[in-house]
Design a protein around this ligand. Structure first.
Ligand code: FYN
Ligand code: ADP
Length: 596
């Protein structure tokens, strides 16, 4: 597996060889030169040996040659305009493929730019490895002011699952193996791998280099739940009058799609998907309680969490959202320390989701009683009411176009192309799209996740296109798009089938704020009015279109999805539409709340 350096490639190795007294002259020397490998090649060989075929990154000192060589050695190198976007792409690739996504950056500032994505990956349980070149240890540790000096290893540690540094070429195989295992085993997350500049040019004998590499066996071993925990969970579920299954993005990540569907259908229990679990079963499934969300959370008596945490997105399992009805929880998770994090969990089921769900299915037995009709009937009633209301809202073709008008047409396009990937960020654009745009297949929806972070858009869109080859529809608030907008050049450069729809309402939340001081500066939440985001795409050779009606938007989107051409649709939305912070206004302290 290890690459033998060709003399033409191996300037550093050759230089070492030429100056080394150890090398004899003539044919023997040339032969020995041919059999050397170096840090650059060992990194690439170690990744390839572990079936990692793509690097998301941004070249520069000291990893420029690494990107060139990786490409020369057959890896796909997707080169971004800002490391944060490359990092988000690596994280999304990790989520979609269960292999750690690789983000490669330069030292200090590049590393720090990538760190946000590394932290976000860790918080979301996405496996990724941030590999950064770094300055020389001797200089950094004495704080002598090296080029881009920074103690990156220690800076990274609080933001990731594990952090490693490799100082010697012969340890590269171990370093990569440890990074892969740490990223994907147990609860997945972000890993930092620090590679000082000097490492890349270290040479070693090629056969020894080959032997030093590790093909990681069983990087994410299955974890079977203990039989008594399965029995306890089933017991609780059987006794429930108003059971509910809550599917989270851990369930989507687990790729146990058939088992999860079988469990839901076999038990007949209504289920609620968290945003990135949408499509695990089609949103149109009769047992989906998504359109009766508030009702089922408040009324359920036994809730089974499958790869979902009781964090802020679920109101910590208590309070008004969960109603007065006492609840018991069953929680399937790979991480034992997640249990009891917010409320007591009556039946923890620790293991990987595939194994846990299979064990539940095996234990259900022939006499399983589906949930009482009063429960499923009451849900169906509320759901129908909400679905009818939604259909009416979507049909009302108001002018100027509002969120519902624009999203109604995107919903139809996704229905026509259920294989398309959807990326979604923003505030109102996110909240409305989550409930309006139905998903039909697993892992087709990528969004702001656990942190509600803005800026994932273009990184996720690139990774979605690269890893799946499917059309990508990125539904972007205008503010959210701004965080990664420069990557339209990347999308054009690699000719990716990405259609970005910018919901342009002239500002953060909406475009109508005025400067409260009466001064000339614009209000902090407003942007240039009538901005032409579409021209950003045409600047790099893609298609740019402005749409002011649902019809125009639908036509442009269908054309983009069919052609696979990089496209940006500037969807002009009524600037008075939108509320502050979308549906999480309660988290945004306002003057009204703090005014004396
Ligand atoms: C859902 N709903 C529907 C449908 N789907 N109605 C009709 N048809 C369909 N298909 C209903 C659902 O029952 C709810 O109504 C309502 O629509 C909203 O559903 P949603 O979006 O699932 O639920 P909610 O309450 O908004 O979810 C809470 C949340 C979510 C915290 C999980 O808000 C979330 O993921 N937020 C992330 C926000 C974020 O990260 N923002 C980025 C920062 S923005 P009721 O049942 O009547 O309640 C910075 O400012
Ligand atoms: P959501 O935001 O969709 O509610 P979270 O990110 O909060 O989802 O929860 C995902 C959970 O899934 C985490 O607690 C994580 O430990 C768990 N998880 C991830 N992968 C697996 C797996 N393969 N098996 C079991 N649990 C998993």
């Amino acid at each position: 597996m290890s690459t033998v350096i060709e003399p033409s490639q191996a300037s550093r190795a050759a230089a070492v060889a030429a100056s080394g007294a150890a090398l004899a002259e003539g044919a023997a020397g040339a032969e020995q030169e041919q059999q050397l490998t170096d840090g650059f090649h060992l990194v690439i060989d170690a990744l390839k040996l572990n079936d990692i075929d793509t690097i998301y990154g941004l070249p520069g000192i000291p990893i420029t040659d690494l990107t060139r060589l990786a490409q020369a050695e057959g890896m796909r190198v997707i080169s971004f305009r800002h490391e944060q976007n490359a990092g988000h792409a690596a994280a999304a690739a990790g989520f979609l493929t269960q292999k750690p996504g690789i983000c490669l950056t330069v030292s200090a500032p590049g590393f720090l730019n990538g760190l946000t994505a590394l932290a976000n990956a860790t918080v979301n349980c996405f496996p990724m490895i941030l590999i950064s070149g770094s300055s020389e240890r001797e200089i950094v540790d004495l704080q002598q002011g090296d080029y881009e000096e920074m103690d990156q290893l220690n800076a990274a540690k609080p933001f990731c699952k594990a952090a490693f540094r490799v100082l010697h070429a012969q340890d590269i195989g171990i370093g990569i193996a440890r990074a892969i295992r740490a990223a994907v085993s147990g609860r997945p997350g972000g890993v930092y791998l620090d590679l000082p500049a000097k490492l890349f040019s270290q040479t070693m004998e090629a056969a020894a280099g080959r032997a030093s590499l590790i093909k990681v066996q069983d990087p994410a071993p299955r974890q079977l739940p203990a039989p008594d925990t399965v029995a306890r969970a089933l017991e609780l579920l059987k006794g429930a009058k108003r059971p509910l299954i809550l599917l989270g993005k851990g369930a989507a990540y687990a790729q146990a799609d058939a088992e999860i569907r079988a469990l839901v259908e076999r038990t007949g229990i209504p289920y609620l998907p968290m945003s990135m679990a949408k499509g695990l079963l089609p949103d149109t499934h009769a047992q989906s309680a998504a359109a009766a969300r508030s009702y089922v959370l408040a009324e359920a008596d036994v809730v089974m969490l499958v790869g979902a945490r009781l964090n802020w997105l679920l109101s910590h399992g208590k309070g008004k959202t969960w109603g007065a009805q006492p609840k018991k929880f069953i929680q399937i998770d790979i991480s034992p320390t997640e249990i009891d994090s917010n409320v007591p969990i009556s039946a923890p089921l620790i293991g990987d989701i595939g194994s846990c769900v299979s064990a539940l299915l095996d234990g259900i037995g022939a006499g399983w009683q589906k949930p009482p009709a009063e429960w499923t009937g009451a849900i169906a009633q509320r759901k129908d009411k909400n679905l009818t209301k939604m259909a009416q809202t979507l049909e009302a073709n108001v002018s100027p176009m509002n969120f519902h008008g624009a999203l109604g047409v995107i919903r139809k396009v996704v229905q026509e192309r259920p294989d398309a990937m959807v990326v979604n960020e923003g505030a109102n654009t996110l909240d409305f799209a989550r409930s309006i745009v139905d998903m039909y297949e697993p892992r087709k929806r990528l969004d702001v996740g656990t942190w509600g972070v803005m800026g994932i858009g273009m990184g996720f869109a690139v990774a979605a296109a690269v890893t799946t080859g499917k059309p990508v529809i990125a539904i972007e608030g205008d503010s959210a798009f701004g965080f990664s907008g420069m990557e339209v050049e990347t999308i054009c450069r690699y000719q990716l089938p990405v259609c970005i729809v910018v919901f342009n309402n002239n500002g953060v939340y909406k475009g109508t704020d005025r400067n409260a001081s009466g001064g000339e500066d614009p209000a902090p939440t407003v942007f240039v009015k009538g901005a032409r985001y579409d021209l950003m795409m045409t600047a790099f050779g893609g298609e740019g279109i402005t749409a002011t009606t649902p019809e125009e938007l639908g036509r442009a989107l269908r054309e983009a999805v069919a052609s696979g051409r990089p496209t940006l649709i500037n969807a002009v939305i009524d600037e008075t539409a939108g509320t502050e912070s979308g549906r999480i206004t309660n988290l945004n302290p306002t003057r009204a709340a703090t005014k004396k």
